[in-house]
Design a protein around this ligand. Structure first.
Ligand SMILES: [Fe+2]
Length: 432
């Protein structure tokens, strides 16, 4: 049933309404919402509105019967509020301004995190290049990077994992390396590992696939099924990786084990040694989970990419026997049902892209909102925790989005994560 214009005098709790005002012309978070209490109706009256759009199919209640005298007919137009109503509206608009300030601050923090991610990515590239040229600096460079990352990661009780934008698609291998290291660190912390073990885990994760540098590109980049000899060649990368890493000065044994065992599976069907669960180290089990997740979200052929939501479901339903059940449960719990990178539909009919987890409540992540009233450059990043009534009702495949929503949210072709270790409310960096 289409929208109906009705008088504000007929509003009741449970009715879903459209204000038909610009976002800055009213104090509500959204321009379309379900009325939850009398104070919202009072606010709508104080705004001087005469009529609003009513959407019966999204409503839980029907409007009051029409009054005997017909209401003024101009739709959704403020009609000269009284002096007291005007004062009240002013204070509501002040609240709105405060909310806009918070939204901008959130965006600024997000941008600062992206800049830090870019810097870290360059460091990872340099380390890998040094490794290829046989430079002695690799050990010190990588230890310094890992030490800094783990230090800031452990300094805060709650870490917010955020979705990052890949600047280029050409460096897939480096993005994979960094992603696996970030996810492994996050998981190591959630599993309560000691800081030294987390450093070794991160070191191993950073170099887990380094042996692939000795596998022919033809095999690495092959998008169809590998022949048995090609498969054997690819599987040698764990042994090659171990050999390369052993040449790095003071490379920790625990990190070597990550490289050696990251394709071993708990059911004993992995490689190279078909180790049974108990023989696989905890850091290697963690890296196996981070590696599998990133590979499902960011496969060689982007057309086969799963959404983060699908990847977690797939790991849980189809690959469960391969992973440590406790660590997999921790991973899923931490990333949430809708991990960063998932496009979601909301209870108020809006669409958003999940951009960060909420460590306090995984069902209320941070979202980049699609709002045609706001330009994409100014798009809001909201914290669902600020609006407890707002719920995620479904995950949406990017291919199901309309072209304008797709362009606006630009769901990432690569799912890359980084972390914001700044305490909540801290101001980070300056606006770009
Ligand atoms: Fe690997």
């Amino acid at each position: 049933m289409p929208e109906q214009l009705i008088s504000v005098d007929r509003l009741r709790i449970g009715m879903f309404i459209n204000l038909h005002l610009k976002w800055y012309e009213h104090p509500f978070i959204f321009s379309s919402f379900k009325i939850k209490d009398e104070s919202q109706i009072q606010t709508l009256k104080e705004l001087g509105l005469t009529q609003v759009g009513f959407v019966p199919e999204k409503s839980e209640s029907q409007p009051h019967p029409p009054p005997k005298a017909p209401p003024p007919s101009s739709p959704a137009t403020p009609s000269g509020p009284t002096a007291s109503a005007g004062a009240s509206r002013d204070s509501l608009m002040e609240l709105k301004q405060e909310r806009i300030r918070q939204l901008r601050e959130r965006k600024r923090k997000f941008s600062a995190c992206e800049r830090q991610y870019d810097r870290t990515f360059v460091q990872v590239q340099n380390i890998m290049k040094s490794l290829m040229t046989g430079s002695d600096e690799v050990g010190a460079q990588s230890r310094e990077l890992i030490h800094d990352m783990v230090g800031s990661f452990l300094a805060e009780k709650e870490i917010v994992v955020q979705l990052m934008n890949a600047k280029s698609n050409e460096e897939g291998m480096f993005y994979h390396t960094l992603n696996v290291a970030i996810l492994a660190m996050m998981l190591g912390k959630e599993c309560g590992l000691e800081s030294e073990t987390i450093e070794n885990l991160a070191m191993g994760a950073l170099f887990h696939d380094i042996g692939k540098s000795r596998v022919p590109k033809k095999v690495l980049l092959k998008q169809t099924a590998l022949t048995p000899p090609e498969k054997e060649l690819l599987q040698l990368h764990t042994r090659y990786g171990e050999e390369i890493a052993m040449r790095i000065k003071d490379f920790p044994e625990e990190a070597l084990q990550v490289i050696r065992q990251h394709h071993e599976t708990m059911d004993g069907k992995g490689y190279p040694h078909q180790l049974q669960g108990g023989k696989i180290t905890i850091p290697a089990r963690i890296t196996a989970i981070a590696n599998a997740y990133d590979t499902l979200c960011n496969p060689l052929n982007v057309e086969n990419a799963m959404t983060p939501h699908e990847a977690l479901s797939y790991m849980f339903r189809r690959q469960q026997s391969q992973f440590d059940p406790g660590i997999l449960a921790t991973f899923i719990r931490y990333l949430g049902v809708y991990p960063p990178g998932t496009v979601v539909g909301l209870s108020n009919e809006l669409i958003g892209l999940v951009v960060s987890i909420n460590p306090k409540n995984q069902l209320q992540p941070g979202l980049l909102l699609y709002d045609p009233e706001v330009s994409p450059g100014e798009a809001y990043i909201i914290d669902m925790g600020d609006d407890p009534d707002l719920k995620i009702v479904r995950s949406i495949r990017p291919s199901q989005l309309s072209p304008e929503v797709y362009q606006y949210l630009s769901p990432r072709t690569r799912i890359n994560y980084y972390y914001d270790a700044a305490p909540p409310g801290a101001s980070v960096g300056s606006r770009p």
